[in-house]
Design a protein around this ligand. Structure first.
Ligand code: SF4
Length: 400
């Protein structure tokens, strides 16, 4: 049993068609970096994110043009949209009226009770959730005076806002507690997870460029997910947001929490290597990573250890002198010239996909891959319950 499948009990909400919390699979989010008022560019980026496996997209709403653009964007995309609002509660109301499927507001800057009441009433009328997005860099002044910009202050801020919304009869709430360092982020989520059942949106904010950002996100998000904390995730990278989605799915895949797309195995190479493993592996991964195929693909440098080391792979290649062998489930199928290895491997993947999902249409593959992720919250390890000493959900199922 995978111990990482034990999930903290959280209340279920919906962002458009996507369930968050409860028994739902951990969803992957990203945020567009186009001007939201540029409908064509924003819709194109959202659709690229959808192709990469994004479940929910957030768009910045800095002005009324951006809020109104949501209506036109929604006509060109299928993913649920969350409007990201700072400072002006009227933009939140305009975004919901334009069709936003959720709101993200910052409690430190959205305004007083009267304004929050109007936003909550509008969100209630349209049945959309609100994410309370606490950020260590913009906490309420009184909390910073009392606690400093600490995990405790972040949690106090979140609890204050949860109570504020709940006192208005609004409970479609999720919360994020983001800091730019892993330690504070993890500490804050752990504290809030003990004190509330709201679904948690995980992320390490302003995590940085590709390498630093991936490491910080994998550590911060990964540590929390491994403890059963987290209902939806967003990896923050100073890159194309499509890369954020890719990394998000890799984190879930590495923990065995949710699988989308092939799993890649490739050897680090050594003195026995007789083919261009780095280039071949990169080409294979680039060709396949967006495909929702539930298979494992291996690229190994030599035939001495390759098939054996990768025997769990569904399909793979292992290098020889100017050639390579194609293998399935650790068994050799045929020998192939090095120049043809990528093509032959990809053809074998397609064959396997067709065998697994006959008749093998992309839509059918998508449905099967999606189905394989359901129930990711349905295994519960009693050891975790003992370790965490708190209420957890207990179901049956597998990660697929
Ligand atoms: Fe070296 Fe072969 Fe192992 Fe690759 S598969 S690391 S080339 S022994």
């Amino acid at each position: 049993m995978n111990p990482f499948l034990t999930r903290r009990a959280s209340r279920a909400i919906h962002v458009g068609s996507i369930a968050v919390g409860g028994d739902a699979p951990v969803s992957v989010q990203s945020m567009t970096c186009t001007p939201t008022a540029d409908v064509g560019a924003t819709a194109a980026q959202i659709n690229a994110l959808a192709e990469a496996g994004c479940d929910i997209v957030r768009v910045a709403v800095p002005d009324i043009e951006a809020a109104k653009a949501i209506a036109a964007i929604k006509k060109q995309v299928t993913l649920p949209l969350i409007a990201d609002i700072h400072f002006d509660y009227r933009l939140a109301i305009a975004a919901v009226k334009a069709g936003a499927d959720g709101l993200r507001i910052n409690p430190g800057n959205i305004g007083g009770d009267k304004k929050v009441r109007q936003v909550a009433a509008c969100a209630n009328d349209h049945a959309v959730p609100i994410r309370i997005g606490v950020n260590a860099g913009s906490l309420e002044k009184d909390l910073v005076r009392c606690h400093g910009a600490t995990a405790e202050a972040m949690v106090e801020s979140a609890l204050r806002q949860i109570q504020r919304l709940e006192s208005l009869g609004f409970d479609r709430i999720k919360v994020s507690l983001k800091a730019s360092d892993v330690g504070r982020t993890v500490a804050a989520y752990r504290l809030l997870a003990e004190r509330s059942d709201v679904p948690l949106h995980l992320g390490v904010t302003e995590a940085g460029g590709l390498f630093g950002g991936i490491v910080k996100s994998a550590l911060g998000i990964g540590m929390l997910l491994a403890e059963g904390i987290g209902d939806t995730i967003r990896v923050s990278l100073t890159r194309d947001p499509v890369e954020e989605v890719r990394v998000g799915h890799e984190i879930l895949k590495a923990l065995g929490i949710r699988r989308r797309g092939p799993e890649f195995i490739s050897c680090p190479t050594c003195g026995r290597c007789q083919i261009a493993v780095q280039q071949i592996a990169a080409q294979v991964e680039e060709a396949l990573w967006k495909r929702p195929l539930p298979i494992t693909v291996a690229v190994m440098g030599c035939a001495v250890n390759g098939p054996g080391e990768a025997k769990e792979a569904d399909v793979g290649i292992a290098g020889g002198q100017g050639k390579g062998i194609l293998f399935k489930k650790g068994r050799v199928v045929k020998t192939v010239e090095e120049k043809d290895l990528v093509r032959e491997l990809l053809a074998a993947v397609e064959e396997l996909a067709a065998e697994k999902q006959a008749p093998g249409t992309p839509e059918r593959i998508r449905k099967i891959a999606t189905r394989s992720t359901r129930g990711t919250r349905k295994n519960v390890a009693s050891t975790h319950r003992q370790r965490r000493g708190k209420e957890i959900r207990s179901n049956n199922g597998s990660s697929g």
